[in-house]
Design a protein around this ligand. Structure first.
Ligand code: ATP
Length: 687
């Protein structure tokens, strides 16, 4: 292969090139503006015409005119979206470049940005979308031999130059040629920055193993089990952006659904896809899904309430109920029970309708014939057949009374008529009636909610969510096998499921990748051990609470985490404003004060409240910068420049649930971590 002269070799040339590109982008914005102006003018004229000639137009004319207006509005919307993308590019047109020479010697510099851009009348892209096939070279290879998968097959070649840029507000802050070490320098700079009130995109520094997950097109179920701060959520969102690009003809933003743990988290991640030029993605909490599926027939405890109850008091029977209902065995017992119901609960007898006797054998045969129909839905169909049978015998239409005899007689042959009765019966059948606590005065326990929904789906059937073409489940460790079985029956689409079993807020109901694999045996499981969020010191500290020998923290240093002792709880509370003031003068953006319980969070809030101090509760809907007081449960998935964990005394952090909370709290810190206590420190901190 011959070496062709390098285009824009020097920094000076790159700066001039950047100006050229910006000019072309500005020109493109102007063209869109002209087009939009023209559209809106035409749209106005059309509407006016329609208004003035309404009476003289026939139906066909009206439909045609409306269609034409819709088409124009649609094109107009497209233009507005294009303008938005162009304006983003003017600020930061690209972040990377590779010069790739194919085997036949054709060499092109490939500039990579968040969107593609082709100048007026040019066939070649001036900027390639980071999701384009050729852009994968940037993430997957260093200098030297390389290849990428194009729609026409693998394209081999050589990378002669790989360059990274940081361009903000249209200005180049730096450019770097990388020869050996992939992105490390730029990655370090990115990670050392202050946190934001919203999660940001990581397109410029996606790592190779992350890229493989993002671009995986084959997996029907992808399970990502990654340590705290390994970029699971970021990757999952970039994966969605990739799939929206790759399958743009068949999947739109409205066809994706994110199951998220709470509204604050949903708000926190809400910017990533719009930043990548995609629309906002629908999001739903598990409880909202449950309410929808139970059609408002039951009041039920939320997951947050279940965890709060576990934190407030140790109730062995409550724990036992949760543990049982969170096991894979529970799901298989429910399945066995359903078989048992099918085989043993239909006591068929001859049915007398007036003078006609319908033989039990006939009814039984029909009941079996509809084995594909959910149990409780079969009666209607069997009753229809029985009516036809009787009609044939008597050779006339049936009276209302006869119809009613059949309609009521068939279901009566079945042991129970509603799902709750079966659910109660299940516990008797497994010989553990004490594991169901149904009290009409109290909401249904959270551990029962999805089990009941599962039975309902199996016995009554439910319409699936067929418009959803990709389901994303975050914090997978918090959902049980029964919940996954429900998701699997509701959503027939591809799925990305991610989480970290070490970050469960309820160790009695945690699911690991292996548990989830039992429900989705076809799943591709990826494990990520590199951790990006926290400094080495913070990661090492958190490892003392919950060790994972496989974790690989990124080499980034900061102050050693401190556990500060106070003489009394009152003194500890008084110290918090001082610690908060130190944060304010540090230049950091966010301080998370992460407590074990909501009650403690409220107590801290009372001691600290003032401007820039926010209390997050289960009802909160937005994440804010500043001093945020919350619980570990609600802080899951979030991150802060600095984290303060108060009350880490031996009395406050004792149980397995407490330990999980402490681990989650500490792993939220990016740059600095401080803990405070009075009395004895918790044993979870001892080395
Ligand atoms: N390739 C990357 N380049 C830059 N930053 C990254 C990269 N990967 C992850 N990060 C950063 O690491 C932090 C953690 O990412 P993220 O929240 O997605 O991880 P997570 O695995 O979901 O964490 P957790 O389970 O602890 O909530 C974020 O600040 C994210 O921007």
């Amino acid at each position: 292969m011959e070496n062709s002269p390098v285009i824009n070799a020097t920094e000076q040339e790159e700066r001039e090139y950047l100006e050229e590109i910006k000019e072309q982008l500005v020109l493109a914005v102007r063209r869109v503006d002209d087009a939009v102006r023209q559209f809106s003018g035409e749209l106005r004229q059309q509407k006016q015409y329609l208004h003035e000639h309404q009476s003289g137009l026939d139906d066909a004319d009206m439909v045609a005119a409306e269609q034409s207006i819709n088409r124009m509005a649609y094109t107009g919307e497209g233009a507005v979206a294009r303008k938005r993308r162009l304006l983003k590019l003017v600020q930061s047109p690209y972040f990377g470049r590779i010069d790739f020479t194919t085997l036949n010697g054709i060499s092109t510099p490939v500039y990579i940005g968040v969107h593609a851009f082709a100048g007026e009348g040019q066939r070649q892209n001036l900027i390639y979308d980071w999701r384009a096939p050729i852009s994968s070279l940037f993430y997957d290879f260093e200098l030297g031999e390389a290849s990428y998968a194009s729609p026409n097959g693998t394209v081999p070649g050589r990378i002669d130059l790989k360059r990274q840029y940081r361009i903000r507000d249209g200005r180049m802050e730096f450019m770097l040629d990388s020869d050996v070490n992939i992105h490390d320098d730029v990655l370090q700079r990115e990670l050392a920055k202050s946190s934001d009130d919203k999660m940001k995109n990581i397109v410029a520094t996606i790592q190779r193993d992350q890229n493989a997950v993002i671009r995986n097109e084959e997996a029907s179920v992808m399970v990502i089990q990654g340590v705290a701060g390994s970029g699971k959520t970021s990757i999952a969102l970039h994966r969605i952006a990739f799939l929206l690009y790759r399958f743009r003809d068949t999947i739109a933003a409205k066809n994706i659904l994110i199951i998220s743990p709470n509204k604050v988290f949903a708000d926190y991640i809400s910017n990533v896809l719009p930043e990548l030029g995609e629309e906002h993605i629908p999001e739903l909490g598990m409880e909202e899904l449950a309410a929808d599926l139970l059609q408002g027939q039951f009041r039920f405890q939320t997951f947050f309430e279940q965890v709060s109850a576990l934190l407030e008091r140790h109730d062995a029977a409550f724990i036992e109920r949760i543990r049982f209902k969170s096991s894979a065995e529970f799901l298989s017992q429910l399945n066995q029970y359903l078989l048992h119901v099918e085989n043993s609960y239909f006591s068929v007898a001859d049915l007398r309708v007036g003078r006609t006797v319908v033989p039990g054998a006939f009814i039984q045969q029909k009941f079996k014939a509809y084995h594909r129909v959910p149990l409780l839905k079969r009666f209607g169909q069997v009753a229809n057949d029985v009516r036809a049978y009787v009609r044939d015998k008597v050779d006339r239409k049936l009276t209302g009374g006869e119809k009613a005899t059949i309609g009521e007689g068939i279901p009566r042959m079945f042991r129970y008529g509603n799902v709750l009765d079966f659910y109660r019966d299940f516990y008797r059948w497994v010989g553990r009636p004490e594991l169901l606590k149904l009290d009409p005065q109290r909401p249904l326990e959270y551990a029962d909610v999805f089990a009941l929904i599962y039975l309902r789906i199996r016995m009554e059937g439910l319409a699936g969510y067929d418009h959803v073409k990709h389901l994303l489940v975050d914090e997978m460790q918090d959902y049980t096998p029964v919940q996954y079985a429900v998701l699997s029956r509701l959503f027939h689409c591809r799925k990305t499921i991610l989480g970290d079993v070490s970050q469960t807020v309820n160790p009695y109901s945690a699911s690991s990748a292996e548990t989830i694999e039992r429900v989705f045996p076809q799943a591709d499981v990826v494990k990520l051990y590199r951790s990006y969020r926290s400094t080495l010191e913070i990661t090492a500290f958190a490892q003392r609470i919950s060790p994972n020998p496989n974790i690989m923290p990124l080499e980034r240093h900061g102050p050693e985490p401190a556990a500060v002792r106070y003489a009394s709880p009152a003194e500890e509370l008084q110290a918090l404003p001082v610690l908060a003031a130190a944060f304010r003068s540090s230049g950091s953006h966010s301080l998370g004060i992460i407590c074990k319980t909501q009650r403690q969070a409220t107590q801290v809030h009372d001691a600290l409240h003032g401007p820039g101090v926010y209390l997050l509760t289960e009802e909160s809907t937005a994440f804010k910068e500043g001093v945020v007081i919350t619980t570990a449960h609600l802080a899951k998935g979030l991150e802060f420049d600095e984290v303060l964990v108060p009350f880490v005394s031996a009395r406050n952090y004792r149980t397995e649930v407490d330990k999980s909370m402490l681990y989650v709290a500490c792993t939220r810190a990016m740059h600095r971590l401080t803990l405070t206590y009075s009395g004895e420190p918790t044993a979870f901190l001892s080395v």
